[in-house]
Design a protein around this ligand. Structure first.
Ligand code: NAD
Length: 385
């Protein structure tokens, strides 16, 4: 092949050049490194003594078989712990509490005044005031109320002419008993303990009581007198609420008063009484939407519903007067039975200016106003005023 690049020629020139260089001597061998001495023999490590065997541990007894977890107990324990924390919260975050309207103390005071009044009146009249409470059936709550009424009568010097009928009592028998009491001159007040057994007509029975002896204030004549602003016997619970307001210097004049509940027994009469005392009255009931928006406007809030703790603190206007008429028996998470109102006392007491507790608020006033109505009827009938 032709040497286009001149490569073969250049290679031959190079070889020729090296052929003429002298031979260089071999470099000397490097010296052997010196022999290092063997390291000394290290002594054998001493034999360690044999350690004693660890003692045999006694066999532990088997743990007892635990019963299956009792979820109710665990739930209650958790509930108690959580409730404890929540009970502390108000005292940690909110310190203000409302003035407690002490119905028991006011009731005792009025009953003391009634006793003195009766003692004085009996000197002038030939007999003491008399009250007849009629009870039909064996409702234990009603029986307790009747006993309480008769005991309270005894304390202020009112004679009791109460009658207890079996639950099979007919309407005619009940009407006859009421008619007899209407004619009985020793009797100034007649009250039919409610509720009656289902087969009896409550309205007919109440309407049969002579209006001047209707110390429960439920006869249409007395409700009509209240509506017209005429003197008459007033329903005891609403009259008791008004007495509490008076006692604590709370004047409803010009105030926004809201009543939750529209029953003939409480809601409607209290609305008429607050109206007569110049309050601006609003009534709310089971069909009122957004109850909180209504109750938050109230300077005086009266609750008579029969639903445990329906009204909570956030539904109360700051500084309002809260009157809790409700009496509800509830069973708590520990299975204990207790009375509670229609207002959640623990939350409302940090918002309200005044509040009634349950029990010990309106309840003691109801029986006291019954005694007062009986004495009023006695005075009017015997012309002692
Ligand atoms: P009621 O059942 O005759 O009337 C209840 C009223 O509450 C009704 O007008 C109803 O419209 C209203 N209501 C029901 N659910 C409602 C809700 N979710 N929101 C708003 N309103 C509602 O009862 P009552 O005879 O007026 O008694 C009410 C409560 O007062 C009961 O707890 C009763 O035991 C108690 N009470 C106490 C005394 C006392 O001496 N302290 C006396 C009478 C009644």
């Amino acid at each position: 092949m032709q040497d286009f690049l001149g490569y073969e020629k250049e290679k031959n020139n190079f070889s020729r050049y090296y052929e003429h260089l002298p031979h260089l001597p071999h470099p000397p061998h490097p010296p052997h490194p010196p022999h290092l001495p063997h390291p000394p023999h290290l002594p054998q490590p001493p034999h360690l003594p044999h350690l004693p065997q660890p003692p045999h541990l006694p066999h532990l007894p088997q743990p007892p078989h635990l019963p299956d977890p009792d979820y109710e107990t665990i739930k209650k324990a958790i509930f108690t712990a959580v409730a404890g924390v929540f009970e502390q919260l108000p005292s940690l975050t909110m310190t203000k509490t409302a003035v407690i309207i002490d119905g028991k103390a006011v009731a005792e005071k009025i009953q003391g005044q009634l006793r003195s009044q009766v003692e004085a009146l009996v000197q002038k009249a030939s007999r003491p005031p008399g009250l007849a409470v009629l009870m039909v059936g064996d409702n234990p709550a009603s029986a307790a109320y009747v006993r309480n009424k008769e005991r309270s009568c005894g304390k202020v010097g009112i004679a009791s002419y109460g009658r207890h009928f079996p639950k099979e009592t007919t309407q005619e028998e009940l009407m006859e008993a009421i008619a007899e009491l209407n004619e009985d001159d020793r009797v100034d007040g007649i009250l039919v303990q409610l509720p009656l057994p289902n087969h009896l007509d409550m309205v007919a029975a109440i309407n049969h009581i002579h209006p001047d002896k209707d110390v429960d204030g439920l006869h249409p004549v007395n409700l009509g007198r209240l509506m017209r602003g005429e003197p008459g016997l007033c329903s005891c619970t609403p009259a008791g609420v008004m007495a509490l307001l008076r006692e604590y210097g709370i004047d409803p004049k010009g105030k926004q008063a809201t009543i939750v509940g529209r029953s003939i027994l409480v809601g409607k009469p209290i609305a008429l009484m607050l109206l007569a005392a110049d309050a601006t009255v609003t009534m709310a009931h089971s069909r009122s939407p957004d109850l909180g928006a209504i109750t938050r406007n109230a300077d005086i809030l009266v609750v008579a519903v029969g639903r445990p703790e329906l009204i909570t603190g956030d539904m109360v206007k700051p500084g309002a007067v809260v009157i809790d008429v409700g009496i509800n028996r509830v069973t708590d998470y520990e299975g204990k039975s207790r009375l509670t109102g229609d207002v959640n006392y623990d939350s409302a007491t940090h918002v309200a200016g005044f509040i009634t507790p349950v029990p010990g608020g309106v309840g003691p006033m109801t029986v006291t106003l019954l005694l007062q109505n009986t004495v009023e009827s006695y005075i009017r009938r015997l012309g002692l005023g």
